[in-house]
Design a protein around this ligand. Structure first.
Ligand code: FAD
Length: 316
């Protein structure tokens, strides 16, 4: 079932979870172990992230280095199908521009469609580790909107091959990313909202936000979106803080602020166990306020901490 249908049919705020494919070598059992304790909360759907290949330099026996391409977390499409099969729940694979030519994208979309997957979260992806800024694949898309247009075209039976025009299309419901604290490359919020609106006008059916730790930023973002003419559902993305290290890692990686009340409490914590308690309480307070405000879905980035998410969701 499509995410947008879940939202339209729901009588109250839904929950959804986001997981990463297991690291190569771990097996899918590790992912099931992660998801098992969360399934009692009946998520409307589960997102599975996409991780592109990385270039690394490996030292050879002769002392020289060779460039090798490795993918640490492959299998997004197959994992979505396995989760659907095992738990009878809808899944949302993330689809990115990085590393894909338009032909690769069309093939990936057809694979997903044949697997019975109704949703895709359409993203640009970040720069690869060896790039200073995002570089599209040769013959690939530069921005998420270009990828979105390809998905929308395929939904209308418009393939890359002209002669297939008018044949069977796909039926994907498309989500996109939004940034309550602005995407880090955008010169200002107005510019970022302009491109967000363009994605909605191109057919995106809902927005999932980058994580945020201050609900005021989300509520302001909702207002800015409305003022910009964006009327699709906006789903807040939520993540628990569970270690002191995240005080610097989260702002550096995701370009979001931590409110001073939260940062001060974490700084004073005597151990990461205490940080986890603080982070759980914070997430619960955020979740309750967002639910009260009537958000369509609470989307949790579970990232290795299913018990924290379970402790929050069971209190809602
Ligand atoms: P875009 O919409 O393409 O925007 C990128 C930047 O370009 C923005 O600054 C925007 O303002 C600007 N822009 C957009 N269109 C134009 C235009 N036409 N001309 C000029 N400027 C423009 N990354 C992964 O690799 N895998 C994942 O699974 C993944 N999942 C994510 C899930 C969520 C909910 C979120 C919020 C992010 C996720 N990301 C993921 C990270 C995401 O790929 C990055 O944040 C990326 O830098 C931007 O992606 P986007 O889709 O927002 O890009």
């Amino acid at each position: 079932m499509k995410v947008i249908d879940h939202i339209n049919q729901a009588k109250e705020t839904l929950v959804s979870f986001e997981v990463l494919p297991p690291l190569k070598g771990k097996g899918i059992g590790a992912l099931y172990k992660h998801l098992d304790p969360l399934m009692e909360f009946k998520p409307a759907y589960i997102n599975v992230t996409y991780h592109r290949s990385e270039h690394i330099f490996r030292k050879r026996a002769d002392g020289n280095f060779e460039k090798v391409v490795i993918r640490k977390r492959p299998g997004t499409e197959a994992i979505c199908a396995s989760i659907m099969n095992k738990y009878n729940v809808d899944t949302v694979p993330h689809l990115i521009c990085g590393g894909f030519s338009v032909q690769d994208t069309e093939d990936a979309l057809l694979t997903l469609s044949y697997l019975g997957i109704d949703n895709v979260l359409v993203l640009r992806g970040d720069a690869a580790k060896n790039e200073t800024s995002f570089e599209p694949e040769k013959g690939g898309h530069k921005y998420a909107i270009d990828l979105l247009k390809q998905v929308v075209n395929l939904n209308h039976g418009i393939y890359l091959e002209e002669e297939l025009k008018g044949t069977d299309g796909t039926k994907f419901c498309t989500g996109i990313a939004g940034y309550p604290e602005k995407h880090f490359e955008a010169p200002n919020m107005e510019a970022d909202l302009h491109y967000l609106k363009a994605k909605v006008d191109a057919g995106a059916e809902y927005i999932v936000t980058q994580m945020f730790f201050d609900n005021k930023k989300f509520f302001e973002f909702q207002k800015h979106c409305l003022a910009a003419g964006i009327h699709v559902p906006i789903i807040p993305g939520l993540k628990p803080i569970t270690s002191k290290k995240q005080l610097t890692v989260i702002p550096r990686t995701f370009h979001v602020d931590l409110p001073s009340d939260l940062a001060d409490e974490i700084l004073k914590a005597s151990s990461d166990e205490v940080v986890e308690q603080i982070g759980t309480e914070w997430l619960l307070t955020q979740s309750k306020e967002l639910k009260k405000a009537g958000v369509p879905v609470l989307h949790y980035y579970t990232l290795g901490k299913p018990h924290v998410i379970a402790n929050v969701v069971k209190e809602l």
